[in-house]
Design a protein around this ligand. Structure first.
Ligand code: PLP
Length: 392
């Protein structure tokens, strides 16, 4: 019997991870045909995709454009930074986790002058701190901030940061990788020059490309600036506008899947409905986990609907690797923590899942604790002391 007539039974776990994430069946099915990258049908698909993404930022004055770029999110962040930051410029990078750190590291590779505000694992960078630094260092022309810092799950206060940046004559670039599509980011609200996100986060596509939505005047100025042939945002933009094509082999199937994901996003009710579903996922998760004794790293005010960090329980019988395996056996892939001071793990709220699934996640966590012989999941006092410094 051929494998096709008798497909192997595959376990389909829920990915409670911030991308790749759980996708809809129809999104996966959209990859079941081949596309010629030069073909008119694929070019039309690319054009529709760019339009639909632009529509999500409500660019009424037609001042922005959307440029897709091959690669994972980091490639696309690098394309944005290398193309939109002038070579002689000085950039302030706001850091409170791994993704902010990665931006500063990218600027080192690119040889772009920069300074940082590093708030550690979970404190938000604040508008007044940005204003103070910019007043003291007039060379700073650009600021880069991470919207939802996926390492802790904190939703950074980009409104007050944007105000501080523009009041002090700067320009703002936003890494909205894990927030775009679920948290509103319309042009001017807050003000920005460019944002970047990718296919496999809140739009719920599969991995393979990202996109930059940038002010056209900024894109024009990027001509000849990039250090990299393949990551040259200006060249990609110009070629796409002139020929409808990506400069190099596009991830055709991924784009096709993304179109289905965009259609599902729209039929769900767009950004606000998607954000509401993720918010409910988070609420069910956090409430249920707290009943088991778990506690969140962040106070409620800073909890994003994207991903939640929980402290590891104090009970020495709790071992994360074991917990991970037990959760996996029950159909849920969770995510290790990324904090430096206390042990933690993360559970993502994004992807094609709802409150009912989250209830099951909580039940699975309870059973897994029992199987490890852990009675209560309360965190160690050290973790709570650490958290107490977080501003209310
Ligand atoms: C996912 C993510 C990225 C990109 O990571 P890749 O692994 O390169 O896709 C960048 N910034 C943030 C905030 C993210 O969540």
């Amino acid at each position: 019997m051929s494998a096709q007539n008798n497909p192997p039974k595959i376990a389909v776990p829920y990915l409670l991870t911030p991308g790749p994430l759980t996708t809809a069946l129809s999104t996966k099915q959209a990859m079941l045909r081949d596309w010629g990258s030069w073909d008119g049908d694929f070019r039309a698909m690319t054009a529709r995709m760019r339009q639909q993404l632009l529509a999500m930022v409500n660019d009424q004055d037609n001042e922005f454009d959307c440029v897709p770029m091959q690669g994972s999110g980091t490639f696309v962040v690098e394309a944005m930074l290398s193309s939109l930051l002038p070579r002689g410029s000085k950039t302030l990078v706001l850091i409170n986790g791994a993704y902010g750190k990665r931006i500063a590291e990218t600027l080192k590779y690119l040889g772009r002058d920069h300074t940082i505000i590093d708030k550690g694992d979970y404190l938000p960078p604040r508008g007044n701190e940005v204003a103070l630094l910019m007043r003291n260092d007039p060379a700073i022309s650009h600021v880069v901030v991470v919207h939802c810092e996926t390492s802790s799950g904190i939703l950074n206060p980009i409104e007050e940061i944007s105000e501080a940046v523009y009041e002090n004559g700067g320009k703002l670039l936003i890494d909205s990788m894990s927030a775009f599509g679920a948290i509103p980011l319309e042009v001017g609200r807050p003000r920005y020059e460019a944002i970047v996100s990718s296919a496999n986060k809140c739009i719920e596509g599969v991995p393979g490309f990202g996109f930059i939505i940038a002010r056209k005047s900024e894109l024009e100025m990027a001509k000849g600036r990039s250090h990299s042939l393949s990551l040259d945002l200006y060249a990609q933009w110009k070629t796409m506008n002139e020929t409808g094509q990506w400069r190099f082999t596009p991830p055709t199937h991924v784009v096709a899947a993304f179109m289905e994901a965009l259609a599902l996003h729209k039929s769900e009710g767009g950004v606000s409905a998607r954000g509401n579903r993720y918010g409910q996922n988070r609420d069910v998760l956090v409430e249920g986990m707290r009943k088991l004794g778990f506690e969140t790293l962040l106070k409620d005010r800073w909890l994003s609907p994207i991903i939640v960090t929980f402290f590891n329980p104090a009970d020495p019988k709790f071992k994360f690797d074991k917990f991970y395996e037990l959760m996996k056996q029950k159909g849920f892939i969770i995510y290790p923590g990324k904090l430096t001071i206390v042990d933690s793990f993360r559970i993502g709220c994004i992807g094609n899942l709802d409150a009912k699934v989250m209830q099951k996640v909580v039940e699975a966590a309870g059973e897994s604790l029992k199987e490890m012989g852990v009675e209560r999941a309360d965190p160690p006092q050290k973790a709570l002391d650490e958290r107490a410094v977080l501003a209310a």
